[in-house]
Design a binder for this molecule. Structure first.
Ligand code: NDP
Length: 288
């Protein structure tokens, strides 16, 4: 039977640490780290995520602004808002909630964000820094996975980590973070041949596919650590991961559940990234 990696409990512990660090930051510098979140339109899932981000800021003692823009917002209006936030000293992190309505050019919008305020870690400059292993901010979900492993006492050095999924927000940065943590890394995707066979060689298996219950018992080596990034909604409305939990749990040594595994870490790491961005900005000011 596997040990369940409790993402909620680990997340709560990290938030407590961030809260303490934030109190020290405020006492030393006289201002709080600030996060601005922009949401365009009224996508229900995005609205919930944005509300949760606002609450998380409040919980750890950040200054936060939520900019709710109407569905018909023009590219130029959104870019002007980002420009204004780039120049606002109270704001250390800017997050544009994705997906944006179809008429907006998402990559052009993301390129407007000052890389020093890119707390999602999506700006190409920051992606490059992840690639060379010298970074202040890492994308929230893959960094959250690394923190789950660290808090669970799971060694990555010398371990074979197989990642299923090669997206820019999960699979690829996950591979870079695993390499930095001295794992031997294999990245798989939809064109990979003999996927189950490759997955069975994993000491640590990370599933970031977006297909409900895709990873069954035949994909998992006895005693492997299994991390399920997937969030899929079933016909009955319930959330499920990319891993067939009932099949895999008896074989794994550690496993993350869905919900309650990787999910809770993402916003927590966003808070960590915002604090880091505020510290870096403050240090840069101090250097002059
Ligand atoms: P993408 O759709 O961008 O990427 C999915 C990846 O899975 C692609 O690389 C794709 O391969 C690969 N894939 C698809 N089908 C197969 C298959 N049959 N065999 C092998 N590989 C396959 O998704 P994301 O990376 O954005 O997200 C992945 C999952 O993680 C989703 O369920 C998403 O909801 C969840 N997620 C959860 C977060 C959290 O906070 N917990 C945050 C972000 C995402 P190819 O490149 O060849 O198409």
């Amino acid at each position: 039977m596997a040990q369940i990696i409790d993402g909620k409990a680990i997340s709560a512990k990290i938030r407590e640490e961030i809260k303490e660090e934030t109190a020290r930051f405020v006492a030393q510098r006289g201002y709080a780290p600030g996060l601005a979140v922009i949401i365009v339109g009224e996508d229900p899932a995005s609205t919930v995520y944005v509300r949760n981000k606002g609450r998380a800021c409040e919980e750890v003692g950040f200054y936060s602004e939520i900019h709710r823009l109407p569905e018909n917002t023009q590219q130029s209006e959104l870019e002007e808002l980002i420009d204004r936030l780039n120049g606002d000293d109270k704001i250390h992190g800017i997050l544009v909630q994705l997906p944006l309505p179809k008429h907006l050019d998402e990559s052009a919008v993301l390129l407007k964000i000052d890389p020093a305020k890119d707390v999602d870690g999506f700006y190409p400059f920051n992606v490059g820094r992840i690639m060379i292993g010298d970074f202040d901010i890492a994308p929230c979900t893959p960094y959250g996975v690394m923190e789950l492993l660290r808090y669970s006492g799971i060694e990555t050095r010398g371990k074979h980590c197989v990642i299923v999924g090669r997206s820019n927000i999960v699979g690829k940065p996950q591979a870079m973070l695993m390499l930095k943590a001295d794992a031997t890394v294999t990245v798989c995707h939809s064109k990979t041949q003999n996927l189950a066979e490759i997955c069975r060689t994993a000491d640590i298996l990370v599933a970031a596919i977006g297909k409900a219950d895709f990873i069954g018992a035949d994909y998992v080596k006895e005693g492997a650590v299994v991390v399920d990034v997937g969030i899929n909604r079933k016909a009955d409305g319930k959330l499920t991961g990319d891993v067939n939990f009932a099949q895999v749990e008896p074989k794994a040594s550690f496993i993350t559940p869905v919900p309650g595994g990787v999910g809770p870490m993402t916003i927590t790491i966003l808070m960590k990234n915002t604090l880091k961005a505020a510290e870096v900005a403050g240090d840069a000011l101090g250097a002059f």
